[in-house]
Design a protein around this ligand. Structure first.
Ligand SMILES: CC/C=C\C/C=C\C/C=C\C/C=C\C/C=C\C/C=C\CCC(=O)SCCNC(=O)CCNC(=O)[C@H](O)C(C)(C)COP(=O)(O)OP(=O)(O)OC[C@H]1O[C@@H](n2cnc3c(N)ncnc32)[C@H](O)[C@@H]1OP(=O)(O)O
Ligand code: TJR
Length: 378
């Protein structure tokens, strides 16, 4: 193994990367808090400032994927759609099979200049994750409890808020509602059967309510749906810990741009439209598994330096106080201070490990492990 590869696997490197992420993230959270008065004076300016601040955090993870692990993200799409990417508001639909699918999504957001403003319909639990979850609150992220009776009002309200958003944004929807596991797949296919819908091999049955309500309430605000299907070459199973260890992955993303005008507004028709879309997505995955590629040409946008520059900025800014602290620590010679510092470092690394755990499928929720009530719709 090359020397740099070995270096990337060292615990001390991970500790330092996490230190930069934690401290810069908390600084950003604090600055976001300071923008609260600005919301009353100039809401659009406050939103723009928060997009820039969010970029400082998200782009560190993108830099980790692109520059540290060297992961390649290839985009398959048609040349007519390409000029629209990053120039319009869009709803993005993505399969939910991989622990770093959100990170690959962020990488494309970065390449098309919408990273700071990108949005997702996220489970409420993520709102409490320090740094990322707290940051999302200021980005007007849409949260749901995955209980429609309770979500309906809040989801609609949050979507209405986005009507005058001052930056182009992509609104990500994982319509499957949870990550793919064999157990969840089996149960959701039982639901599909009861509903009279064709079975899917690579996806869970999509939950249609979130999509239909998003289409209804963002009509006029977004112009298209980007149907995105992600896969990794050579059956790679990527993880965030792998990325932190500098492991290189190869992501392929197939994107189809579908004008919003072509999607029905009526809830039942919209739901059927989504089911049909997932049947097509399943076929793309089948073909990918057979041929190792998605249909159409690859048009991968080039690297932008900003994510790396932002990361280097925080590294340089936070390296100095760290060195100063360590120097003072050892000069003090106090066993108590040294012990306290070691305990704090240990607690911080446990905290980061917990955050990374949020991305791990085997620590996922039990949502989708039960069938629930089923209406025949086909
Ligand atoms: C050019 C480049 C293009 C693209 C680049 C790609 C991406 C980049 C884009 C943006 C990036 C931005 C940000 C990314 C950052 C981070 C993301 C990280 C994570 C967050 C993700 C999550 O948290 S996912 C979980 C939360 N989200 C969702 O759940 C969304 C989908 N769900 C819904 O829409 C739901 O409808 C709901 C949540 C709104 C409500 O859920 P609930 O369960 O209450 O209700 P439903 O009514 O939907 O469910 C009941 C119906 O479902 C049937 N049923 C019952 N059991 C099952 C089962 N096991 N499987 C399937 N279906 C089931 C039941 O019969 C009911 O049927 P009905 O016919 O009555 O509807
Ligand atoms: C420079 C970078 C340093 C890295 C160090 C630490 C990074 C820690 C980052 C933690 C990021 C946490 C937020 C990511 C959100 C992704 C979570 C996700 O994919 O959610 C799953 C839900 O969709 C469905 O949940 P389940 O029902 O499957 O359960």
């Amino acid at each position: 193994m090359e020397l740099f590869g070995l270096f990337k696997m060292q615990f001390i490197c991970h500790l330092f990367i996490c230190y930069v992420f934690l401290v810069s993230g908390l600084i950003v959270n604090f600055l976001q808090l300071c923008t609260l008065p600005l919301w009353c004076i100039n809401k659009q300016l406050a939103r723009k400032v928060n997009c820039r601040l969010a970029y400082c955090v998200c782009s560190q993870m993108v830099a980790l994927l692109e520059w540290w692990s060297g992961t390649e993200c290839t985009l398959y799409t048609d040349p007519e759609s390409y000029p629209f990417y990053g120039k319009e508001n869009a709803i993005v639909i993505l399969n939910h099979n991989f622990e770093i699918d959100f990170l690959c999504g962020w990488t494309f957001c970065e390449r098309f200049g919408v990273l700071g403003s990108s949005k997702v319909l996220a489970k409420k639990e993520l709102a409490y994750v320090p740094i990322i979850g707290w940051m999302w609150y200021f980005l007007e992220m849409v949260f749901c409890k995955r209980k429609w009776e309770e979500d309906q009002k809040t989801v609609v309200q949050s979507l209405q808020q986005l009507k005058d958003y001052p930056e182009n944004f992509w609104f990500l929807l994982y319509c499957e509602g949870t990550r793919f596991t064999q157990k969840k797949h089996k149960i959701s296919m039982e639901v599909a059967e009861k509903k009279g819908l064709p079975k899917l091999k690579y996806h869970l049955l999509p939950r249609t309510k979130g999509f239909c309500v998003t289409v209804q309430h963002l009509r006029g605000t977004v112009t298209a749906v980007y149907d995105s299907t992600l896969n990794f070459r050579n059956n790679e199973i990527p993880t965030l810990l792998g990325v932190l260890n500098g492991k290189k992955y190869h992501a392929d993303l197939y994107v189809r741009r579908i004008p919003l005008d072509s999607i029905p507004d009526n809830e039942a028709e919209c739901a059927m439209w989504l089911h049909k879309l997932y049947q097509e997505k399943d076929e793309f995955q089948e073909k990918y598994n057979l041929t190792g590629r998605f249909p159409g040409p690859t048009l991968t946008p080039s690297f932008r330096p900003w994510a790396l520059l932002n990361w280097l900025f925080w590294i340089l800014l936070l390296l100095f106080p760290l060195c100063l602290l360590l120097l003072q620590l050892f000069q003090s010679g106090s066993t108590f201070i040294i012990f306290t510092t070691v305990v704090l470092c240990f607690a911080a690394s446990l905290g980061v490990r917990w955050m990374i755990g949020q991305t791990e499928i085997n620590k996922g929720s039990s949502y989708g492990n039960k069938g629930g009530q089923v209406n025949n719709i086909a």
